[in-house]
Write a protein that binds this ligand. Structure first.
Ligand code: IMP
Length: 482
């Protein structure tokens, strides 16, 4: 059984009206899901948003699905329905048998027989998915699919608008703090956030995660703990899931009666789901955990003077491994001299060289700046060894105006190396004054003053294990309010 032309037409009218309403993202998506399911005479509908790294899908709107079905955990985008990522529709005739269904036992418990999913596309790229669920085995017609593709197009517009709102709100807050006019800055890793927190401490925790650029999902999965007569009698829903660390986090205060009850549930959960990594944490426990994972200095909720983390430790390490792979491939069979400029490059150099599968030697130079605006470069320490006839890779922490690089490259070329290339972790392209040839670039950085991971402001912050944006007031000599 399928919807008729008339029902599709009136559903689309309702859907576009909801899309153009002033409601929040979740309410709009719930309304779209309801109209879509009803028009298609389906039992449920779910609208999902892909996270910005296209790793997993987050539910942003639903109709007709039980809480358990929704809280069955974040869906791995590649395992879930890879065709969706490629921009194709997916039809699953039997949800309990098909290996593309990630939680078939839940589908079985919910009596879901068939699923039709179509991608939500933005300029040809999948940014989400809309899924239809039916209890009876169903063959979907061309008209059904065309209707669902049209709804997906409306969803793309809804997502784009919601993202723009979030971006503007974030930018407004940032520009208020900076006291300078609005300038759009990149969003943290998760884009669509339809979250309402049950408790203010959870919101604080989410803000802390945002500061560290750690992606989080709020209450994405419920774990049944006890059954009575075939029905679930007790469940446990941890507050957060952190995909990058693959841990579920339940927040707790120091109230002993709450801790005892939560510990009991956690013990049960670990017995029933031994593969699940779940922690009961107070805020200070969490900070210790961050330190262990290399995310931040021990005992500090936020680093004074740093507005927010731009690239966390894990992201820097991932990028460095990729750069090292490219360098190792390009110089295969050769020996390489890595030349670094002290001191900003120390962390980057140390990590990069450990991932190179080539014989390498190291050399360092040091420079100082003088002149009216510090625009004249002077070498205070030259190379220790000869680079004549050698393959040289100059390793830089950040290229800003390009003046330093230009000067050093001239200096190095005068020694007649066999080849001379440049690898920089950060490229602040917007500020370039002199064209600088960059062969390997870690990240193209926004026009902000950044610190950490070797980079300093007046000699400080080099020891941070991440790269963060310095509070703009500091470079203008303001006192910190905190
Ligand atoms: P350039 O000569 O303008 O390209 O600047 C290069 C040097 O300026 C870098 O090697 C850094 O030492 C410093 N620098 C430029 N931008 C930043 C920043 O955002 N944070 C920290 N140091 C920076």
């Amino acid at each position: 059984m399928a919807g008729s032309r008339g029902s599709y037409y009136s559903a689309l009218k309702r859907i576009t009206k909801a899309a153009n309403s002033a409601f929040g993202l979740r309410k709009i998506c719930n309304s779209v899901a309801k109209s879509t399911a009803k028009a298609m005479q389906a039992n449920g509908c779910r609208i999902l948003s892909l996270n910005s790294r296209k790793e997993y899908l987050i539910t942003v709107g639903t109709y007709g699905l039980s809480d358990l079905y929704l809280k069955k955990g974040p869906l791995d985008a590649r395992k879930s329905l890879p065709d969706i990522l490629e921009g194709r529709a997916v039809f699953i005739a039997d949800a309990t048998e098909d290996e593309r269904v990630q939680h078939p036992q839940v589908a079985l418990a919910q009596g879901i027989a068939s699923i039709l999913g179509v991608p939500i596309l933005e300029r040809g790229q999948a940014i989400g998915e809309i899924r239809i669920y039916t209890r009876e085995h169903r063959q979907f017609s061309e008209a059904d699919k065309n209707f669902l593709f049209s709804v997906a197009d409306v969803c793309a517009v809804i997502f784009e608008r919601a993202e723009l709102h979030q971006l503007l709100a974030q930018d407004y807050k940032a520009s208020e703090r900076r006291g300078k006019p609005s300038q759009l800055s990149p969003l943290p890793t998760t884009t669509l956030r339809p979250t309402r927190f049950a408790h203010p401490s959870e919101e604080d925790f989410a803000k802390l995660l945002d500061f560290y650029c750690i992606e989080w999902l709020y209450e994405p999965r419920s774990f049944p703990l006890r059954w009575e007569g075939g029905k679930i009698a007790e469940m446990f829903t941890p507050d957060f899931y952190l995909p990058e660390l693959d841990i579920y986090v339940e927040l707790t205060t120091l109230k002993q009666n709450l801790i005892t009850e939560k510990n009991r549930k956690l013990r049960q959960l670990r017995e029933l789901y031994p593969e699940v990594n779940v922690r009961l944490l107070t805020k200070s426990d969490f900070l210790r955990l961050l330190a262990k994972y290399g995310y931040g200095p021990l005992g500090e909720a936020k680093v004074e003077g740093v507005d927010r983390v731009l690239y966390n430790h894990a992201r820097i390490q991932r990028r460095i491994r990729t750069l090292a792979r490219h360098i190792s491939r390009d110089y295969a069979g050769e020996r390489l001299v890595l030349v670094g400029i002290l001191k900003g490059v120390i962390c980057f150099m140390a990590d990069l060289m450990q991932h190179l599968s080539l014989p390498v030697t190291l050399d360092f130079m040091a420079i100082s700046y003088y002149g009216v605006d510090g625009q004249v470069v002077k070498i205070t320490k030259d190379l220790d060894g000869s680079i004549t006839g050698q393959h040289v890779l100059m390793v830089e922490d950040i290229v800003d105006t390009g003046m330093t690089l230009n000067y050093i490259l001239d200096h190095l070329s005068a020694h007649n190396p066999a080849s001379l290339r440049v690898c920089t972790l950060l490229d602040k392209r917007a500020r370039r004054l002199i064209d600088a040839p960059l062969d390997y670039v870690g990240f193209e950085t926004p026009d902000e003053f950044v610190v950490g991971y070797g980079l300093d402001y007046r000699g400080e912050y080099r020891n941070l294990p991440f790269i963060g944006i310095l509070h703009p007031g500091l470079t203008k000599g303001e006192q910190l309010q905190e």
